[in-house]
Design a protein around this ligand. Structure first.
Ligand SMILES: NC(=O)C1=CN([C@@H]2O[C@H](COP(=O)(O)OP(=O)(O)OC[C@H]3O[C@@H](n4cnc5c(N)ncnc54)[C@H](O)[C@@H]3O)[C@@H](O)[C@H]2O)C=CC1
Ligand SMILES: O=C([O-])CC(=O)C(=O)O
Length: 332
C-alpha cells in the first residue's frame, strides 16, 4: 500500500501535481491537504478511473493528522508564490511558518515518510524542515529532499535547441541551490558544449538562473511557474516511488551534507569547501533507491570548468546565508 500526501493540493502547482500523481500506477492512496478549496479538487479528481483511492482534508477535525497518517511520500507545494519584483527570499516571512507547521505534522504523523519540499525559498525552507524533524528525533537525510528538478528541466529544454539535441534525452546536472545565482547548471560535460560560444553559455546560464523570473513576469501578477513545476515535481516523485519499488535512478536535489553515513557526503563537503564555504545543504545529483537518497554523486563537482568554478564560488557564498536564515528560524 503506497500512500502519497500533497500539502497545498488546491494551489497552482498542487492541482496539476495531484492530477499527475492520481495517474501514477504505483500509488494506492492519494491524500490531499490544503487550507482552502481542497474538497472540490478532491471530488473532481476522485472521478478519474485509475485504481488509487483519494481523500481530501481541510485543517478542521484534525485534517492534517488524518491526511498525513501512514504516508510514504509527502509532497509540499504549500505557500505563497512570487509576484513581479519579488525575490524568492521575500516569501520567507509567510512561507517559513507554513513549512514549519507542516514539518511538525510530518514529524508527528508521518515520521517515516519521504518528503519533497517545493515551497520557496527552497534554500531556507529545507533547513527549516530539517530542524523541525531533528527536534522531534526523526530526521533522516535520506528522506528529505528540496525540489530543484525544475532547474534541470529548464536546463535540458534551453540547451537542447542550441545543441540540436532532444530535450527529453538530456539530463543536465544542476548544483548549488534554487534561486538566482545559487543555481549552477553544469553544461560543460555535455557533448557539443565546445561548439557553444562564451556569450551563448553565459546567456544559457543566466536563463536557467532566472527562468523562474521569466514566468513570474509573463504571468504578470498571477503567480509563478505551476505547470512546469507540477511536471518537475512529478518527475522526482516518480523516481522516489520507483525507488521504493527497488528501481535505482539519479536526480539533482537539495540535500543535507553533514551526515557521513551518507555515501559521498564527506567528499561533497570537501569539494564545496574548495568553492569557498562550509555548507549544510547543497543541490547535487543523488542516487535514489529503496532508502531514498542512497549516495551523493559528487563526481560532477570534480569535472567543472573554470567558468563553472566561478559560478560556484558566488553560489556557495549566497547559499550559506539562505541556509543559516532557515536554520535560525527554528533554532533561534
Ligand atoms: N521549488 C520550485 O522549483 C518551485 C517552487 N515554487 C513555490 O511553490 C509554492 C506554491 O506555489 P503555487 O502553487 O503557485 O502557489 P498557490 O498560491 O497557487 O498555491 C499554494 C497553495 O498552498 C495552500 N496553503 C497555504 N498555506 C497552507 C498550509 N498551511 N497548509 C497547506 N496548504 C497551504 C494555499 O491555500 C494554496 O492552495 C510557492 O512558494 C512557490 O514559490 C513554485 C515554482 C517552482
Ligand atoms: O520563480 C519562482 O518564484 C518560482 C520558482 O521557484 C521557479 O519557477 O523556479
Amino acid at each position: 500500500m503506497t500512500k502519497v500526501t500533497i500539502c497545498g493540493a488546491a494551489g497552482g502547482i498542487g492541482q496539476p501535481l495531484s492530477l499527475l500523481v492520481k495517474l501514477h500506477p504505483l500509488v494506492d492512496q492519494l491524500s490531499l491537504f490544503d487550507v482552502v478549496n481542497v474538497p472540490g479538487v478532491g471530488a473532481d479528481l476522485s472521478h478519474i478511473d485509475t485504481d488509487s483511492s483519494l481523500e481530501s482534508f481541510l485543517p478542521a477535525d484534525d485534517g492534517l493528522a488524518k491526511a498525513l497518517k501512514d504516508s510514504d511520500l509527502v509532497i509540499i507545494p504549500a505557500g505563497v508564490p512570487r509576484k513581479p519584483g519579488m525575490s524568492r527570499d521575500d516569501l520567507f516571512n509567510i512561507n517559513a511558518g507554513i513549512v514549519r507547521d507542516l514539518a511538525v505534522g510530518v514529524a508527528t504523523h508521518a515520521p517515516k515518510a519521504f518528503v519533497l519540499v517545493i515551497s520557496n525559498p527552497v534554500n531556507s525552507t529545507v533547513p527549516i524542515f530539517k530542524e523541525v524533524l531533528a527536534k522531534h528525533g526523526v530526521f533522516d537525510p535520506r528522506r528529505l529532499l528540496g525540489v530543484t528538478t525544475l532547474d534541470c528541466v529548464r536546463s535540458n529544454t534551453f540547451v537542447a535547441g542550441l545543441l540540436g539535441a532532444k530535450a527529453s534525452k538530456l539530463d543536465v546536472a544542476v548544483v548549488g541551490g534554487h534561486s538566482g545565482e545559487t543555481i549552477v547548471p553544469l553544461f560543460s560535460s555535455l557533448p557539443g558544449y565546445s561548439k557553444l560560444s562564451d556569450a551563448e553559455v553565459d546567456a544559457l546560464v543566466h536563463r536557467v538562473q532566472y527562468g523562474g523570473d521569466e514566468v513570474v513576469q509573463a504571468k504578470n501578477g498571477a503567480g509563478s511557474a505551476t505547470l512546469s513545476m507540477a511536471y518537475a515535481g512529478y518527475k522526482l516523485a516518480d523516481q522516489i516511488l520507483k525507488g521504493l519499488n527497488g528501481e535505482k535512478s539519479t536526480s539533482s536535489a537539495f540535500v543535507y551534507l553533514k551526515d557521513d553515513s551518507l555515501s559521498g557526503a564527506k567528499e561533497t563537503r570537501a569539494l564545496v569547501g574548495k568553492f569557498g564555504g562550509e555548507l549544510d545543504f547543497f543541490a547535487i545529483p543523488v542516487g535514489l533507491g529503496p532508502k531514498g537518497v542512497e549516495s551523493i554523486e559528487y563526481g560532477v563537482l570534480e569535472k567543472v570548468n573554470a567558468k563553472e568554478e566561478e559560478l560556484l564560488k558566488v553560489a556557495v557564498g549566497q547559499l550559506g546565508v539562505n541556509i543559516a536564515k532557515g536554520t535560525a528560524f527554528i533554532k533561534g
